[in-house]
Design a protein around this ligand. Structure first.
Ligand SMILES: *Cc1c(COP(=O)(O)O)cnc(C)c1O
Length: 396
């Protein structure tokens, strides 16, 4: 018999009933150290007083009115995002994949408005992840995600990750509207696009006119120690997808764009019933208030250094379990020499949450406000998990 919940997820047999900071309480009372933050969502951990206050104050006042009316909380959040980024304008969604939908629509509308509707192809990279909507799976193109769901949304072309010659050739095609990529692939296993490559891509986009769409759903909102990861490379996209961390756990996403890229999106061309509603934006403003701050981001970089250094030490002391560390800021991957599900289970055994990824990698995506003690505790627990795995492997 099919379960009451459509069985599309592989869930751990854990249920958390409360949380505080980087800690979660399981229904049996055990306290888990949360180094996954709901897949990079809980940027300020659990039950952050400022977020709880913003949400409860708004909840007592007004939940939802729809985008038929002005929403002051949404206006304030848009102004914050515009002030803090390359963008001139924002559209609010409820998720990352909805931001992907709009990114693709916006790129196509842009060229249609310029009298070039045949310029509709979006270039994307293997190993990427842009969500589970039709545009998202067509963009990512991985077999696991698209199999059986055809016909797929047409107009996507896939390029091998890191092949500059292939990229240059693909960008020269006259039907290319845009290129979409994650500055750091998350689901794909914490794979960084080197700064030089992002710069090179920006140059190619400037030469050809193709729009540069960055998916910062996972790597954005302070995760790398800058508000957005592309800032490290000193380049700006034309369009950027944001979600996950922006709501701190409340469903919220956004599509940010330059005035030029967004120019054809006039009244009636796109919409969302919930997108940017008062509850979501009250929380979004509270998140931005804390995260879009130089001192906060500097502390993320400092803590990222501590965690990374500790992880390098773990790789050195458990060479049979871990291969290497990669990533940026508090978006770190540990490439494993043992099966990833075993590593996740061993972490659960030590009462710690980590997130699996492709490419034999586990991800550490902790709340950005975890403490130095939390970091030391995470390293100690990972050390014990690795020792248990090494023992199992030895016994097998
Ligand atoms: C999670 C994710 C998405 C999809 O976001 P949803 O809110 O699950 O739709 C898109 N892109 C990236 C890079 C992500 O990590």
């Amino acid at each position: 018999m099919i379960p009451a919940i459509l069985p599309t997820y592989n869930r751990a047999p854990l249920a958390f009933v409360s949380g505080e900071g980087a800690w979660l309480v399981e229904r049996d009372g055990r306290r888990f150290l949360d180094m996954g933050a709901g897949i990079a969502v809980n940027v300020l951990g659990h039950a952050h007083p400022a977020l709880t206050a913003a949400l409860t104050a708004q909840a007592g006042q007004l939940w939802h009115t729809s985008n038929l009316y002005e929403i002051p909380q949404q206006q304030a959040l848009a102004e914050r995002l515009v002030a803090a980024t390359f963008a001139d304008t924002c559209f609010f969604t409820n998720s990352g994949t909805e931001a992907c939908e709009l990114a693709v629509k916006m790129a196509r509308k842009y060229w249609t408005a310029k009298g070039q509707p045949d310029r509709h192809v979006v270039l994307a990279f293997t190993g990427s992840f842009h969500g589970r909507s039709s545009a998202g799976i067509a963009a990512a193109g991985s077999k696991k995600m698209v199999d059986g769901f055809g016909p797929l949304l047409p107009g996507f072309r896939h390029l091998p990750f890191g092949d500059h010659d292939a990229l240059r050739a693909a960008m020269a095609e006259p039907d290319v509207a845009a290129v979409i990529l994650e500055p750091i692939q998350g689901e794909g296993g914490i794979v960084l696009v080197p700064d030089q490559c992002l710069k090179g891509l920006r140059d190619l986009c400037d030469e050809t006119g193709a729009l540069m769409i960055l998916d910062e759903v996972q790597c954005g909102m302070g995760r790398t120690g800058r508000l957005f990861a592309h800032e490290w490379a000193g380049v700006a996209p034309d369009i950027m997808m944001v979600a996950k961390g922006i709501g701190g756990g409340f469903p919220l996403g956004a599509l940010l764009a330059t005035e030029d890229a967004a120019g054809a999106m006039t009244a009636g061309t796109h919409g969302s019933t919930y997108g940017g509603n008062p509850l979501a934006c009250a929380v979004g403003n509270a998140v931005m208030e804390i995260v879009a701050d130089d001192a906060f981001l500097a502390d993320v970089r400092r803590k990222a250094g501590l965690l990374r250094q500790g992880l390098e030490g773990l790789v050195a002391s458990h060479p049979d379990v871990f291969e290497r560390v990669r990533g940026s800021g508090l978006m770190l991957g540990l490439r494993c020499r043992v099966p990833v599900p075993d590593v996740v289970a061993a972490a659960h055994g030590q009462e710690m949450c980590i997130v699996p990824a492709a490419d034999d990698t586990v991800r550490l995506l902790p709340p950005l406000n975890l403490t130095d003690d939390d970091i030391r505790e995470a390293l100690a627990r990972l050390d014990r998990a690795a020792a248990a795995l090494a023992e199992q492997a030895g016994a097998a």
